[in-house]
Design a protein around this ligand. Structure first.
Ligand SMILES: Cc1ncc(COP(=O)(O)O)c(C=O)c1O
Length: 405
């Protein structure tokens, strides 16, 4: 197998030609898009623009064909049983809101329980909370161990309370830790729970296989998988998708409408009200096609090499407080410089054209647990190089000198 050529990979992204000199380590927020994705979205508007599933004319039929082909591409990529199980949404947040809302109206009732974890993104907390408070559903939370991993003993104990739903992230967006997803799903299923996986960070790390994972729902956003913003996927097993009450209602999702009653369209359309993000769906399919030109294992190994070098470099800088573990890590490192505010550190990095994120990363309950005001997050992608790692390390070293002088 030829060795992974990071420069060749990076050349697929015009962004880096337009922004030479930037070290982009904010990939957990959003990734850059290869030219193949940018072309696919602009080509739709330039050559095929029409609404889908509506027009009698050929242009609309062509747009519909492209849109449905994009669904098939996603279906194959995640190994869903059928494309009815693949719902286009605007992103992971919208998908999680749909699940929480949809189950609350049909499956969950007062006194029943939903199990979340301490390290969830707000998108996997607040939708549940909104509806649980209204319907009297109880939320339990799996705590972390002293080294910031999920406490699996506590998880098993909380499963004894027989939660109706267990919802957790595949990979923590703050710490980068890869959750023991197979074990967690097996235990949740044994306890009879409906399983929801927030794959927003998981999907880019490794191609997820729905039939192997066998979770009931899996969600992700296109923009974290080299795709466009404003498009995402709600995967669900057909039986569960059938049970969801649609969060949005309107055109396309209906079968019959009168002022007395409405019946819904079949899947997947029942959960796709209104005009979808057609160009976004085509862009996501293009991202998947493009990504499949590469060997996933090589991309993972490259990221792990960057991570190893980063940890090696961090270990000799005094005053760095690392919150993420180096093992079972997908390429995200949360850290602080002594007791300095993370925003100050990020600004010093920004002054050297190094893009990282600082703050609480939409995970306030995690930071309450960690007893930190926030963290600087360096997140790596396959287009990052060892030079990027070294520049970030040098800038962090200088930040320590400046801030702790
Ligand atoms: C773990 C996790 N879940 C959910 C989301 C929400 O994704 P989006 O904002 O694309 O809907 C994110 C985004 O950062 C995330 O990292």
């Amino acid at each position: 197998m030829p060795v992974f050529d990071v420069q060749q990979f990076r050349q697929q992204f015009s962004f880096f030609q337009h922004n030479p000199g930037w070290v982009y380590l904010d990939n957990a927020a959003t990734m850059h898009k290869p030219d193949a994705v940018v072309s696919a979205t602009s080509q739709f508007y330039q050559q095929h623009n029409s609404n889908v599933h509506r027009g009698a004319h050929q242009l609309s039929q062509q747009a519909t064909r492209l849109f449905e082909q994009a669904r098939t591409t996603v279906c194959r990529y995640i190994n869903a049983k059928s494309s009815e199980e693949v719902i286009f949404t605007s992103g992971a947040t919208a998908a999680l809101n749909q699940i929480a809302f949809g189950l609350m109206h049909t499956v969950l009732g007062a006194g029943e329980r939903v199990l979340l974890t301490q390290l969830e993104h707000h998108a996997n907390i607040v939708p549940w909370q909104l509806h649980c408070q209204r319907y009297g559903v109880i939320i339990d939370v799996v705590p972390l161990t002293a080294d910031n991993q999920l406490d699996m003993t506590a998880y098993q104990q909380l499963l004894e309370r027989k939660p109706k739903v267990v919802s957790f992230s595949h990979i923590s967006n703050v710490l980068g830790h890869i959750q023991p997803i197979d074990a967690m799903l097996a235990l949740a299923k044994k306890a009879g729970a409906i399983t929801v996986v927030d794959g927003a960070q998981g999907v880019v790390y490794k191609q997820p296989d729905m039939q192997q994972l066998d979770c009931d729902f899996y969600v992700f956003s296109g923009h974290k998988l080299y795709g466009p913003t404003g498009i995402g996927i709600l995967y669900g097993k057909k039986d569960w998708l059938e049970k969801l009450t649609p969060i949005f209602a309107g055109g396309e999702m209906i079968e019959q409408v009168s002022f007395v009653n409405t019946t819904f369209n079949k899947l997947p359309f029942k959960l796709e009200a209104g005009t979808p993000n057609i160009a976004g769906a085509l862009g996501l399919a293009a991202a998947i096609d493009w990504l499949q030109l590469y060997n996933t294992e090589q991309l993972i190994q490259h990221k792990l090499l960057l991570l190893k070098e980063f940890y090696n470099g961090l270990s000799v800088i005094k005053g760095i407080d690392i919150l993420s573990l180096p093992v079972h890590n997908a390429g995200i490192v949360a850290l602080n410089v002594s007791n300095e505010h993370p925003a100050d550190v990020a600004e010093l990095l920004n002054q050297q054209n190094i893009a990282v994120r600082s703050g609480q990363h939409c995970a306030m309950p995690l930071f309450s647990y960690l007893a930190r005001p926030g963290a600087v997050r360096c997140s790596f992608a396959a287009y990052n190089s060892l030079d990027d790692v070294n520049r970030c390390l040098l800038a962090l070293e200088q930040a320590v000198e400046i801030l702790t002088a």
